[in-house]
Design a protein around this ligand. Structure first.
Ligand SMILES: CC(C)(COP(=O)(O)OP(=O)(O)OC[C@H]1O[C@@H](n2cnc3c(N)ncnc32)[C@H](O)[C@@H]1OP(=O)(O)O)[C@@H](O)C(=O)NCCC(=O)NCCS
Length: 197
């Protein structure tokens, strides 16, 4: 059985910017969750192995009821990690069980707050395998991203969540997220889209 220490020793970390890259190399969290012992680390998206992991976990997320319940196109599964690596500032964190099997994924993208004139960090995907949910793994992955976002001078973390995704909302609220609003009288932000492809 591979120990989490071996996991850490094997860990490779990555970002698209030079100084941030070495910072991520030092970053890993090993924490006994409520019932599961997991290690979280930044993925190295220049590595085929880590890119394969991103594609596989993202496909599980897309196949989940809260991810749309539709598997990704095989071409997306194959290429998404490498393409993410081309996005400036993108970060991926994965959680590994005591056997170094990946059990969670969190992808984030950099954005910009015009009202603060500062970068922000958008949490784009959060996924934990059903067997490992409710053990605090999502917050552990978010913690690594938050630390790096702070180091990059981001003014906030943002994310979107479906209104009926109670598990996610519970996890995010406990972590410190809240619905976006400027003036309560103006209501809370709604996330809209217009498909182009
Ligand atoms: C949302 C998700 C990432 C949360 O990850 P997690 O590591 O389980 O998060 P937490 O450990 O903080 O648990 C959050 C809540 O999930 C609920 N929960 C507990 N066990 C659960 C289980 N087996 N299955 C589903 N939800 C469970 C609980 O309400 C828990 O809060 P509580 O501990 O206060 O009771 C995970 O449920 C998931 O991957 N869901 C499918 C994909 C998804 O919805 N992603 C988020 C999109 S915005």
């Amino acid at each position: 059985m591979m120990t989490s220490l071996t996991c850490r020793a094997r860990a490779k970390h990555h970002t698209n910017r030079g100084c941030a890259k070495s910072r991520l190399r030092r970053r890993a969290l090993t924490t006994p969750s409520a019932t599961k012992h997991v290690t979280c680390r930044f993925l190295d998206l220049s590595s085929d192995e880590d890119c394969t992991m991103v594609g596989a976990l993202l496909n599980e997320y897309a196949s989940d009821a809260m991810g749309g319940a539709t598997p990704l196109a095989p071409d997306v599964v194959r290429t998404v990690g490498a393409k993410l690596n081309e996005v400036p500032g993108a970060m991926s964190v994965a959680a590994f069980d005591e056997n170094c099997v990946p059990v969670g994924l969190c992808n984030s993208l950099m954005g910009f707050s015009t009202f603060k004139a500062l970068p922000l960090c958008n949490i784009h995907d959060v996924y934990v395998k059903p067997s490992h949910r409710g053990c605090g793994i999502a917050p552990q992955m978010l913690k690594l991203i938050e630390e790096e976002a702070r180091a990059r001078g981001c003014c906030k973390l943002t994310l979107e969540v479906l209104s009926n995704n109670e598990s996610a909302k519970t996890s995010y609220e406990k972590y410190g997220f809240q619905a976006y609003e400027l003036d309560p009288d103006a209501g809370q932000a709604l996330f809209w889209e217009k498909a182009l492809r």
